[in-house]
Design a binder for this molecule. Structure first.
Ligand SMILES: NC(=O)c1ccc[n+]([C@@H]2O[C@H](COP(=O)([O-])OP(=O)(O)OC[C@H]3O[C@@H](n4cnc5c(N)ncnc54)[C@H](OP(=O)(O)O)[C@@H]3O)[C@@H](O)[C@H]2O)c1
Length: 269
């Protein structure tokens, strides 16, 4: 088997209690990675992952600066003093009901931006400030992977707050960070995996609507929705220095080749 070089690498995965997060935790553990699995309000979401010395579960509301700082302390202490080497920012909030901009509340806008974008800033800052715990001879393992979205590329009518939070991660934050992180660790890399619809429990109610599925697949040559594994394997590939050691600042779209939004049906024109 090809060695991804992730054995004993300390990986912190945010939003591990969610659908994609669980898959990420399983996949990183399967590669021998030491995983800090972050959750916020739902510790039971991690119950299906068997306890082991390679797994630390840690809570934090990423809207709260002190909790994000504490998260990295708990991660390190839980792994015997080993600093976090790979950060996967997977958590996110999306208001499921459509809210056109003319009707979107400031409260919703602020909540989405705070969790998805400001929370990511807090995580990245705390991650950078603990890199001195990573020994020099392991610094080439350091990597960040953000989870973006097709919403960040194509926009998402009814969810502009979410789309803006994702596009900010996919461009402004990722591209700035990839140029800054090398001043702390010269081989450290920053990339983004941006999925289209994924079959996770969070969106199961929406995907039960055949019209939603039709609209998603109408511009998608592969004519299928992603399974969590389709997305998690790309995260693994970008986190691996062995596979992706010369790849930084890239956005990998995992959307079956989607060309954009279906705006109009025949009846609409
Ligand atoms: N599902 C899709 O179709 C789809 C499509 C494109 C992109 N994505 C992206 O893929 C990622 C995972 O999606 P998913 O479907 O697995 O989502 P999910 O099941 O809803 O999981 C969301 C995760 O975010 C955490 N979270 C929410 N608010 C938080 C906060 N204030 N502080 C800390 N953590 C918080 C939740 O923690 P608790 O539950 O413990 O509170 C949960 O672990 C997200 O970045 C999402 O935007 C998903």
């Amino acid at each position: 088997m090809f060695d991804l070089g992730l054995e004993s690498t300390h990986t912190l995965i945010t939003g591990s209690s969610g659908g994609l997060g669980l898959e990420l935790v399983s996949l990183f553990l399967s590669q021998g990675s030491l995983v800090t699995a972050h959750y916020n309000s739902n510790p039971a979401g991690l119950d299906s992952i068997p306890s082991s010395s390679a797994l630390v579960k840690a809570q934090a509301d990423v809207e709260k600066e002190a909790e994000v700082e504490r998260l990295f302390v708990e991660a390190r202490e839980g792994m015997g003093g080993k600093g976090v080497e790979v950060l996967v920012v997977n958590h996110a909030y999306i208001a499921l009901n459509d809210a056109p901009l003319s009707k979107m509340t400031l409260e919703q806008w602020n909540k989405t931006i705070n969790i998805n974008l400001t929370g990511t800033f807090l995580l990245v800052r705390a991650f950078l400030n603990q890199l001195h715990y990573v020994p020099e001879n392991r610094k080439h393992k350091i990597a960040v992977v953000f989870i973006g979205s097709t919403a960040g590329l194509f926009g998402e009518a009814g969810h502009a707050d979410y789309a803006c939070s994702k596009s900010a991660l996919m461009t402004g934050l990722a591209l700035s960070l990839k140029n800054e992180i090398v001043t702390l660790a010269p081989r450290a890399r920053v990339n983004v995996v941006a999925p289209g619809w994924i079959k996770t429990p969070a969106v199961a109610s929406l995907l039960a609507d055949p019209d939603v599925v039709y609209r998603a697949l109408a511009t998608t040559p592969l004519k299928k929705l992603a399974d969590p594994r389709d997305v998690a394997t790309q995260v693994l590939a970008l986190a691996s220095e062995t596979l992706s050691g010369h790849v930084t600042g890239q956005v990998v779209m995992v959307h079956g080749g989607m060309e954009g939004r279906l705006l109009n049906r025949e009846a609409d024109i």
